[in-house]
Design a protein around this ligand. Structure first.
Ligand SMILES: Cc1cc2nc3c(=O)[nH]c(=O)nc-3n(C[C@H](O)[C@H](O)[C@H](O)COP(=O)(O)OP(=O)(O)OC[C@H]3O[C@@H](n4cnc5c(N)ncnc54)[C@H](O)[C@@H]3O)c2cc1C
Length: 449
């Protein structure tokens, strides 16, 4: 097992902290690391795609799980896969697609591990249809604070605390996943341009049930009558028989392209208001007003950002903050007010996405609840950002909504109980399971999880 001392950040590249990084290759090595962790405890880490400090542990141990990456069994008849927690969704897609299976839920990047996807209970564009990642987990193996391996199944408190539990109930070693049957690696995509936020909400409410996947990019710099204008894209897997003749020759091929790596030093001003406003204008205008049935590769539809490695360098040295919140149906006025406030403040966010979530998930700290979820990226160095986002948190909490902890890097602990009503149960299960605090992270210390 390799061990080194490293400075780590999340994908947003803010608040680096130093930890002893262990890279176990076997379950026994992982257990030995947990048993031997010092007073600062340990935390599992996947591919570090969570935005903030969820997979960091200042002065303690971090278990890099990416060497535990075996796909153990695949039942090609039922789509049940047993794999180590360090396997990436990218790898699963490479192996599963030729067999006619696709992961049931994928976030907007496929460079996440199965352990990270359960630890953050990630959602995809199909939340209204399929719920979050953990809903498709049949069983998992969890390494506890005593170094024991427990089999954990849905419907138990330990499962519900672990799904979205940010690595704080133990280290997930492996999982059994149910996959989704597909007969091609192509998507049929419908695109619509909406003139403002109300237009978008109306179209999502009226038509989302007809699509498995749906998400809208929002221009948060548009003002006045255009506030909240957006490009809505919704899609379905294309059945093999409906492909054009050329694509039908290799219907299940998975060959995502890659652009050159983003430069290490990007000029600081690149994400200023003017350049983002220009980008947004071009992006909005170049999208079709209405187009149906466009054929897209699966990787282009789900993971367009993955074609540019290290694109998190684009916000420059200061890094970025990802803010994602959800408010319930009936709280549209809060959503409108927040969008207006962001747009009036001229926040340079080029990556803003709105989704309509379906039923909530059983995970005690799972983020999704039925309603409207908005995610945006902002340069961390934006003047007055902390106070502004704190005031948005207050609006979100007052409306009965919550912010996503896996993306968070700045929430104040006093907001947490209102946002996550099962927090007390989570804390008490942790106190019982792990009285000496073997599992800790920068995020758990910051929010007293
Ligand atoms: C470009 C981009 C797009 C994204 N899109 C979405 C999206 O659409 N939907 C969404 O929900 N999220 C999205 N995310 C966030 C990302 O999917 C999650 O943060 C995910 O958890 C990252 O997985 P990871 O393997 O990198 O885990 P890490 O970031 O390394 O860890 C995330 C959390 O999981 C825990 N963890 C990791 N491995 C284990 C393990 N083996 N056992 C126990 N706990 C573990 C960690 O302790 C930590 O708390 C996006 C991120 C990026 C960068």
């Amino acid at each position: 097992m390799s061990v080194d001392t490293v400075s780590l950040t999340g994908w947003g590249r803010t608040a680096p902290t130093t930890a002893l990084r262990f890279r176990p290759r076997t379950y026994e090595e992982a257990a030995a690391t947990v048993r031997g962790c010092g007073p600062r405890g340990s935390i599992a880490r996947g591919l570090g795609r969570s935005h903030g400090d969820a997979a960091q542990n200042a002065g303690g141990s971090v278990l890099d799980m990416t060497a535990l990456n075996r796909i153990r069994t695949i039942d090609a008849g039922t789509g049940l896969v047993v794999c180590d927690a360090g396997v990436s969704l990218h790898r699963l897609m490479e192996v599963l697609l030729p067999l006619g299976w696709f992961v049931a839920v994928t976030p907007a990047t496929r460079h996440v591990t199965v352990g990270g996807a359960i630890g953050a209970d990630v959602h995809g564009r199909n939340h209204h249809f399929s719920g979050s990642f953990s809903r498709h987990v049949q069983e998992l193996k969890l390494l506890t604070a005593e170094g024991e391996i427990r089999t954990v199944r849905p419907g138990t408190d330990l499962f519900d605390a672990t799904a979205g539990g940010l690595g704080l109930t133990g280290v997930i070693l492996s999982a059994t996943l149910r996959c989704h049957r597909v007969t091609s690696s192509w998507m049929s995509v419908d695109t619509e341009r909406t003139v403002d936020l109300d237009d978008l909400l109306a179209r999502l409410s009226a038509g989302d049930h007809r699509y498995r996947y749906s998400a809208a990019w929002i221009d948060l710099l548009a003002r006045g009558r255009a506030t909240g204008r957006s490009v809505l894209t919704r899609g379905e897997h294309v059945p093999r028989y409906a492909l054009p003749a050329r694509a039908r020759r290799t219907p299940l091929a998975f060959r995502p392209g890659q652009l050159p790596v983003a430069p290490a030093l990007v000029p600081e001003g690149l994400l200023g208001r003017t350049s983002v406003a220009l980008f947004n204008e071009l992006h909005y205008r170049s999208a079709p007003r209405y187009r149906i049935g466009e054929l897209q590769k699966l990787s282009a539809f789900f993971h367009p950002l993955d074609c540019l490695p290290h694109w998190n360098r684009i916000p420059g040295r200061g890094g970025s903050v990802r803010y994602q919140f959800v408010v319930g149906h009936g709280q549209e006025e809060t959503l409108r007010r927040i969008v207006r406030r962001i747009s009036r403040r001229r926040c340079p966010s080029f990556l803003a996405v709105l989704k309509r979530f379906g039923e909530g998930d059983p995970g005690w700290l799972s983020f999704p609840m039925p309603g409207w979820a908005l995610a945006l990226d902002l340069p961390a160095a934006l003047p007055g950002l902390a106070g502004f986002l704190d005031s948005l948190d207050e609006e979100v909490a007052e409306a009965g909504g919550r912010v996503c902890l896996a993306k968070d890097s700045r929430l104040r602990p006093q907001m947490l109980a209102a946002m996550y009503p099962r927090l007390a149960e989570f804390r008490s299960l942790r106190a019982e399971l792990d009285p000496n605090g073997a599992f800790r992270s920068d995020l758990s210390r910051r929010l007293s999880l």
